[in-house]
Design a protein around this ligand. Sequence first.
Ligand SMILES: Nc1ncnc2c1ncn2[C@@H]1O[C@H](COP(=O)(O)OP(=O)(O)O)[C@@H](O)[C@H]1O
Ligand SMILES: [Mg+2]
Length: 244
Amino acid sequence: MSAAIELTGVTKRYGATEALKGLTMAVDRGEMFGLIGADGAGKTTAIRLMGGLLRPDAGSVRVLDRDPARDHRWMTERVGYLSQRFSLYGDLTIDENIAFFAEIHGVSRYHQRRDQLLDITQLAPFRTRRADQLSGGMKQKLALACTLVHEPDLILLDEPTTGVDPISRREFWKLLSEFLAQGITILMSTTYMDEAERCTRVALLHEGRLLAGGEPSRLRASLRADASLEDVFVARLATKDTTP
Ligand SMILES: Nc1ncnc2c1ncn2[C@@H]1O[C@H](COP(=O)(O)OP(=O)(O)O)[C@@H](O)[C@H]1O
Ligand SMILES: [Mg+2]
């Protein structure tokens, strides 16, 4: 079976800034893929290209065997996208937010799915509470539920855990594993190395380029027995800086 996401030699510029410089990477179906890098590395740009919200200046982007920028309607049905500053409607309740997202995705019979998502996320007891009255962790779980209401095959999560407390982060990861077990492909970006460790595979991005990619354990072992992923990052950066 083909990859879920395939970027080949992708370049993207914003005026004089080259945000991605010939990025090549692939995400397999059914994996939990991590796009890892500091602020400005190009994570959001890569995710927006995958979601069809931007077009590359050079190279190609394929998502579930389609061109995401061209097959926009199809993408909306099959892919869920959680933007970095996700927007829930504060004056709408949990139920109403989910209904709103279902409608955006053209799903009218979402009630069973909604109840199932509220169950998994443990938000059911709060369903009539307004979104602006929820804790940070609950907002984030609601945002994830909204991303999944149309039963996508693939979800793109842009820094979903940034600024969330450690306990909520752990809960969020538990949820992700449950959705992964249901066969959903997940790509998420993060700046946290402990989260990178939990991914099946990662791409370490730096200034629009791929520094290293693969299974976290293999990347670590390729450096030395007791290396952390952060060590790999630092080592690759050092080699990069000495090569002309
Ligand atoms: N709309 C934009 N206009 C100009 N420059 C941008 C824009 N969006 C991102 N950039 C620049 O592109 C680079 C990559 O940004 P981004 O993809 O947001 O990285 P990340 O998500 O990893 O922080 C950065 O140098 C950023 O300043
Ligand atoms: Mg970003």
